[in-house]
Design a protein. Sequence first.
Length: 141
Amino acid sequence: METSTKPSNTHIGRKISRIRELRGIKQETLASELGVSQQTVSRIEQSETIEDDVLEKIANVLGVTSEGIKKFSEDAVINYFNTFNDNSANNGAFYAQTFNFNPIEKWLEVVEENKRLYTEKIELLERLLQAEKEKSELLNK
């Protein structure tokens, strides 16, 4: 009788790597969000165990829970996507669309919009001040 041993699914670093890849996030982006180097992220992804506080920070950046990382299963993900790729169930009516965005780019867009609004506000206040000065001069004549 043959016994097959399935490899242990407790390698947290591999799970982090797969979730990061599935979310379309590069190591450099994750490193930047965590405030560490890309090499540190690489070492984390090669580690079998990770401290809970580090895992929590990584989970927040990846948009999942630390428990979600611990319980992540590649088989479940493959099964999930295979279910949606079976056109016999929905005759192709389901269309899965992935939206990837870089939070840093969104943040930079918001900063630029904030700068533009601030400049516009200053210009309006200067025009208002000038109008008040002109009004005051007319009343004093």
